[in-house]
Design a protein around this ligand. Structure first.
Ligand code: NAD
Ligand code: AKB
Length: 312
């Protein structure tokens, strides 16, 4: 019987992933942990600073953890405010997780990567699995390093590490934590509240995105796949959908014809310009049969439906 530790459980993805894991494994088999306690929570929650290796090791021992989902990180936009601190947090937490997994016989580890590993040298359209990685953010640099460390632990110690290069994740259940793709969540909140939106990216900035349902399903499918099928031990490219601020505005206008977006690009524009526009995820499709389910119109319908209930 597996016992699962989720680190960074109060964040955008962790909030939703923990609920799915609890449904699958049971409330008593999932240990949610974070620096900050969520507002409402059912199940086991432990306060944890994952930069502290001893605290992490004690938790893994106490609960006899067999799988770790390590989601704690400082994201692309917030990371630029303090690059050295971002590097320290992102790298130290990832290394602590790999080391505790190695020394305490944790059977499987998931540490997500990001489309932020790519930089200006990668092809912008259908960005391939294997290409030059020259990220321009400290967040991207830390993700490339973490991918290489995961590969190292797999080859050197046989650790079963798995990872996805998530695109920007879009959710109604939780707020994003300081990235360059955050506008694509904020825009729905504004529209549903009857307000116009000011976008920090320009109208034709195309970025890869994914709806939360697809992101969670991809994560669980990857983690459930037979180990022999996982041929990429850095991180798999993952595609959901791709759109520009102008296109998401048009999709929202089908529900709210008077909704308008203004454009006021800031420092995040440069980050977005260095990232892919569309992703080639053939390796994930081939190896563990990944296929996304949500396009822009289906996602928009669901986002507006759920957020309308929330703001009622
Ligand atoms: P988030 O910022 O919403 O949540 C991260 C959580 O980590 C926060 O709750 C924070 O309190 C916690 N945390 C930070 N430092 C910690 C520490 N030292 N110890 C314990 N907890 C700590 O991030 P998210 O969007 O949920 O992303 C989760 C993972 O997925 C990250 O690794 C991120 O890089 C990756 N990712 C996310 C996206 C996205 O669009 N959300 C896209 C690509 C990759
Ligand atoms: C960000 O914008 O930093 C994240 C990501 C794509 O990694 N959403």
């Amino acid at each position: 019987m597996d016992t699962i530790l989720v680190i960074g459980a109060s964040g955008q993805i962790g909030t939703v992933l923990v609920q799915h894991l609890q449904n699958q494994y049971g409330l008593n088999r999932v240990i949610a942990s974070d620096l900050r306690m969520p507002q409402a929570f059912s199940g086991i929650f432990e306060s944890l600073d994952a930069t502290k290796a001893d605290e992490l090791a004690a938790l893994v021992r106490r609960y006899r953890v067999t799988q770790i989902y390590h989601l704690a990180a400082i994201l692309s936009a917030n990371g630029e405010a303090n690059p050295i601190r971002t590097w320290e947090i992102n790298m130290q937490t990832a290394l602590n997780v790999l080391e505790v997994a190695r020394t305490q016989n944790v059977s499987k580890v998931f540490i997500p990567s990001s489309i932020a590993v790519f930089g200006p040298s990668a092809p912008a359209f259908d960005t391939p699995q294997q290409t030059q990685l020259d990220p321009t953010t400290v967040y991207g640099i830390s993700k490339v390093a973490a991918e290489n460390w995961m590969h190292y632990y797999h080859v050197k110690y046989g650790l079963d590490v798995r990872s996805l290069r998530y695109p920007g994740v879009i959710s109604y259940q939780s707020q994003p934590g300081g990235g360059t793709t955050d506008y694509a969540v904020a825009i729905y909140h504004q529209a549903v509240q009857g307000q116009d939106f000011t976008c920090f990216l320009s109208e034709n900035t195309r970025l890869p995105m994914i709806y939360m349902d697809d992101a969670i399903r991809a994560t669980l499918e990857l983690m459930e796949a037979e180990s022999s099928r996982i041929r990429v031990r850095t991180a798999y490219n993952l595609a959901g959908l791709s759109f520009t601020p102008a296109e998401i505005t048009a999709a929202i206008q089908k529900f709210f014809p008077n909704f308008r977006t203004q454009y006021a690009p800031d420092f995040r524009q440069q980050i977005a310009d260095s990232w892919p526009k569309t992703i080639d995820d053939q390796a994930a499709r081939n190896d563990w049969e990944w296929a996304p389910a949500f396009d822009l119109s289906r996602m928009t319908e669901e986002m507006i439906h759920h957020l309308s209930e929330y703001y009622q």
